[in-house]
Each structure stands twice: as C-alpha cells, then as structure tokens.
Ligand binder design. Structure first.
Ligand code: PHE
Length: 353
C-alpha cells in the first residue's frame, strides 16, 4: 500500500501542474480529499491491513494527506491573488473606458494667462467678490454720483458697510457705502497696496458683475484678470513691454499691438489696447469689423489719487495697471461667437477644448 501511495502522490503532483482556475482546483480537491475521494479510500482499507503495520501506515497516510492539503492551499492562494489583480492579461477583452474630464475653457484660459505673467515676475492674488462701494468706486477715484459710476453699475446688497478707516471719506463726506458685487477686479489694487509696500507685481483673476441684459456679447457675470506693478521707477514703457510680451506669447509672435488714448478714472494717462486681428492678420474681416484691430484690454498709469487711497506717500511711487476680460480673450483666441456658450454647461461645447 505504501508503494501505491507513492504512485498516487506522483499522479497528484502531475495533475496539480495543470490547474489554472479555482474551479479546476475544486474538482481536484474533491478527487483527493472528498468523502469518496482517494484518501478516504485508503483510510477505509485500513481495517484490512495487518495490525502491526497500521501505525506506520497511519503515519504515511496522514503525512500524505497533509501534503495534499498544503499544496492545494498554496495553489488556491495563488489563484485568488491573480484574480484580485485582474487575472491574467487577456488582450482580447474590451478596454475599461473611463470619463476623463477637462478643465472649463475659461479656467484653461485664466491659467495660461496667469502663467505667462508669472514668468514675468507677477504674483497671483485672489480678491473678494463682495466689496464695498468704497473699494469699487471711491478708492479708485470714482466719487459717488459721478457719471463714471455709470460704466461700472453693479448689484447691491442691502447691508450698509461699516469700516471707517478708509482714507478720503472725510474729505468726500461719505461713508464706505453699501456692500455690492464688484464690477471690476481693480478693487484689488487699493486692497493690496494698503497691505503691502512696493515693489509690487500682482495679477488677479476673478468674477465681476454688471446688470447687463444677456446677449451674444454681454453677460451679467464675467471674468477679468487685473494686473498692476508699482515701484519707484515703473514707466509707461514697462506697461507696453509687459503687455506686448504677454500678447506675443498668448496670441502668437506675429501679433502687432497698438495703444489708443482712453479714459479711466483710476489711471492717467489711460489707454485701450488693441492687437492686430488674429483672423485676418490686420487686413479687415467680420471678426474685427473690417478694422484689422481687436480691443483686448484697458490699461494706464496708476492715478495719484489711487496711491493716496492706499496711504502711499505722495509722489514716491509710480505704477501701471491693466484689466482684461477673460471671456473676450477666449472668444478671440478660439473663435467663439457667443458668450452664453461659456455658461450653459453644454458638454458638446465644453468637450471641444
Ligand atoms: N477696470 C477696468 C474695466 O473694467 C479695466 C482697467 C483696469 C483699466 C486697470 C485700467 C487699469 O474696464
């Protein structure tokens, strides 16, 4: 019987090699360890064996049983592990698809604009969307009731602002005003200057609000990026150089730029900045209204009155500031003809970028 056991063990080890699934392993387990299996067959023949031999045979049989159990357990563990790890690689199975999202085109535009200014030494700061009349108007040299407030009409909250330390209010005999949703990111200029001394180079992205009726080119909420640099020797030519470097990197090397005189209460002199039309390269087309130029931002040298609001000593610093509308820039760059597309959350539009 001992010889027989040896033979059976050889057979078992051969069979084990062919096992490739848990199902096959179950069949093997039943064959050897099951109630009517090979091992119980041996044990049932025990009574026929000579009494003197029984002890030795018992030992042989038990150790064979242990080996069979441990081999089966090992294979079972190995098969379970491969099942958890995704099994053997089957290149014919269909791939597992997953939805990879993209950042909203406005976020992408904001990020690429900011990263250009970061390489030019600007620091990104975010401001608050709820502001006081003081920072949205007064501090920027737009006195309350002045016609210039027209251009920056916005939404008002009903609470009265309480801060009293804002400079210039005494003189103008007014209060910090009500809270409102900022109508321009320029609010951040004075807030930053109040807290930090020059040299300053700041860019700030964010939402602004104006109660415009919505159409293809207007929205009551849109995004701006504000930028400003303040120091003892900041010149208008620094503004030109900075904006030109930005436009070339963002729109392409061949872009031309022009500065037109304009008026903003918080800059003097003030300009509007155009780039040569990126569609027709300046020849004139429907996108640029046959002018060959596209307006991209407003800018100028920081008005002394703004430095006064910030509490800077008179005449010590100079600076430039600019503000651009992100939607407008994205529309120009990607040929989008309706501002509403940005906010409708239509994935067919958003997935294109
Ligand atoms: N805040 C201005 C606007 O919203 C843009 C601007 C910013 C102009 C900074 C000059 C300087 O139109």
């Amino acid at each position: 019987m001992q010889e027989e056991i040896k033979e059976i063990e050889k057979e078992f080890l051969e069979e084990v090699k062919k096992i490739s699934s848990l199902k096959e392993l179950e069949v093997l387990r039943a064959k050897y360890l099951g109630r009517k299996g090979v091992l119980s067959g041996f044990f049932s023949r025990f009574s026929q064996v000579d009494v003197s031999q029984r002890a030795i045979l018992g030992e042989v049989l038990n150790s064979f049983k242990e080996r069979v159990q441990s081999v089966i357990k090992d294979i079972e563990e190995r098969l379970e592990r491969t099942a958890q790890e995704g099994g053997e690689l089957d290149v014919t199975l269909p791939g597992v698809s997953f939805n990879r999202g993209v950042k909203h085109i406005l976020t992408q535009t904001i990020e690429s604009i900011l990263s250009i200014f970061e390489t030019l030494g600007f620091v990104v700061v975010e401001g608050s969307e709820i502001e006081t009349e003081y920072y949205n108007f007064t501090a920027l040299n737009i006195p309350p009731e002045h016609p210039a407030t027209e251009a920056f009409h916005t939404f008002y909250l009903s609470t009265e602002a309480t801060t009293t330390k804002n400079r210039g209010l005494e003189e103008l005999k007014c209060s910090p005003g009500r809270y409102l949703l900022r109508s321009q990111t320029s609010t951040l200029q004075v807030r930053i200057m109040e807290q930090f001394k020059p040299p300053l180079r700041v860019v700030s992205p964010g939402r602004v609000y104006r109660p415009d009726a919505t159409d293809a080119s207007h929205s009551f909420m849109f995004h701006q990026i504000e930028g400003f640099a303040v120091g003892e020797k900041v010149k208008f030519s620094d503004l030109k150089g900075t904006l030109f470097a930005f436009a070339q990197r963002f729109f392409g090397k061949e872009i031309k730029m022009r500065f037109r005189p304009h008026h903003f209460p918080f800059t003097e002199p003030s300009v509007e900045v155009d780039i040569s039309c990126i569609i027709c390269k300046g020849k004139g087309c429907s996108v640029c209204g046959r002018k060959g130029w596209l307006e991209i931002l407003g800018a100028g040298m920081v008005h002394p009155r703004v430095f006064y609001s910030a509490g800077y000593p008179s005449g010590k610093y100079r600076g430039f500031a600019f503000g651009m509308g992100v939607e407008r820039i994205a529309m120009l760059k990607y040929g989008i003809d309706d501002i509403r597309l940005f906010f409708e959350n239509d994935l067919r539009f958003l997935r294109q970028f």
